[in-house]
Design a protein around this ligand. Structure first.
Ligand SMILES: Cc1cc2nc3c(=O)[nH]c(=O)nc-3n(C[C@H](O)[C@H](O)[C@H](O)COP(=O)(O)OP(=O)(O)OC[C@H]3O[C@@H](n4cnc5c(N)ncnc54)[C@H](O)[C@@H]3O)c2cc1C
Length: 308
């Protein structure tokens, strides 16, 4: 029997954030699907997060979530504790000319706007990434030739004991939608380095990039953006489309008619519908083209117990 939701929850003493139990993760990802998290913590701020983490058992499974725009949470939900940074680690400031310090829960679009309004260029691509800075650091999110880690000078991480560390970008191995760094540390902030330029031109570029996105992507439907990484020298969308899969559906999950590397929730998709469609598309691309696609989307949590 699943525990009843407890919207306020009892936090360990001294912790100012919000601890929720049996929290629906469908409310915290852009596919709007998936099961519940045992515990879901929204820190009041960074200091509060550092106070909360050591109250957890040392082997407590942790899942860090920003805006859930690259996350498929299975229908059986998430055991352990979800740490949600969105709008909680929300500080952003120019620390010196050309350097912006951004906490992990700040939406990427706000970073793009803030930097261009302050006359800096190079962060425009962040405008179209519907995630947080923490998620962008974890994924090396990018678009139109720009990538998050091209801008990163330093990051601040936290470990399970709530200890903060400053790390240089050289402590991380960064590739296309891939970042590997010290185990059991998560991003709480970063220092971005930007060049001075024409703010008006930068704002114009953001406008054009967003318009292009609306033209080519199903931005009005729940999705997680591109499901698969692009294989070297090719595009996943081209390979999927050439298999005749545009519009193909399993339950409420459908390969977008507008962009074949997007899977959209047409209304009532379960996470299981979405995952079965991901598996089907992957198998078809392998059968037809002999190319193995790898998901960009992070799949987490447990399968629902059938009949349970
Ligand atoms: C319509 C649409 C368009 C998109 N377009 C693009 C695009 O052009 N380019 C692109 O790269 N992506 C794109 N995405 C995918 C997504 O927005 C990015 O991957 C984004 O960086 C994810 O950020 P998030 O905060 O939503 O992360 P989440 O989805 O919440 O998490 C993603 C991963 O990051 C980890 N994570 C989150 N926060 C932290 C943290 N603080 N510390 C450590 N790990 C953390 C999570 O555990 C998870 O593994 C798109 C998504 C959508 C829905």
């Amino acid at each position: 029997m699943s525990p009843l939701p407890s919207p306020t929850g009892a936090c360990p003493s001294g912790v100012r954030g919000e601890l929720r139990f049996s929290e629906s993760m469908a409310d915290h990802n852009s596919w709007r699907a998936g099961g519940c998290a045992d515990r879901f913590f929204l820190p009041a701020d960074l200091e509060d997060l550092c106070g909360f983490l050591p109250t957890l058992a040392q082997d407590e499974p942790l899942l860090w979530v920003g805006l859930g725009s690259n996350l498929l949470v299975r229908d059986g939900g998430v055991r352990g504790t979800v740490i949600c940074t969105r709008n909680r680690l929300k500080e952003m400031a120019l620390s010196k000319p050309g350097t912006v310090v951004v906490q992990a829960g700040v939406p990427c679009a706000h970073v793009a706007r803030f930097t261009s309004e302050n006359g800096y260029v190079g962060g425009e691509f962040l405008a179209g990434i519907p995630g947080t800075m923490g998620g962008a650091l974890a994924m090396n999110a990018g678009a139109w030739g720009g990538e998050t880690w091209q801008l990163v000078r330093q990051v601040t991480t936290v470990d399970r004991r709530g200890r903060l560390r400053q790390r240089d970008s050289s402590d991380f191995t960064v590739g296309y939608r891939s970042v590997k760094g010290p185990a059991d540390e998560w991003f709480v902030a970063c220092e971005l380095s930007l060049s001075q330029g024409d703010g008006a031109e930068s704002r114009g570029k953001i406008k054009a990039l967003l318009a292009r996105r609306n033209e080519t992507q199903p931005t009005n439907m729940p999705s997680c953006g591109s499901v698969f990484r692009n294989p070297t020298g090719d595009h996943s969308a081209r390979l999927v489309e050439a298999c005749g899969l545009k519009g193909y559906a399993i339950g409420g999950a459908q390969v977008s008619e507008k962009h074949a590397n997007f899977i959209v929730n047409t209304g009532n998709a379960s996470a299981d519908d979405i995952e079965r469609l991901v598996i089907h598309v992957r198998a078809e691309v392998l059968r037809v083209h002999g190319v193995e696609l790898w998901p960009e989307v992070k799949i987490v949590g447990e399968n629902a117990v059938v009949g349970g």
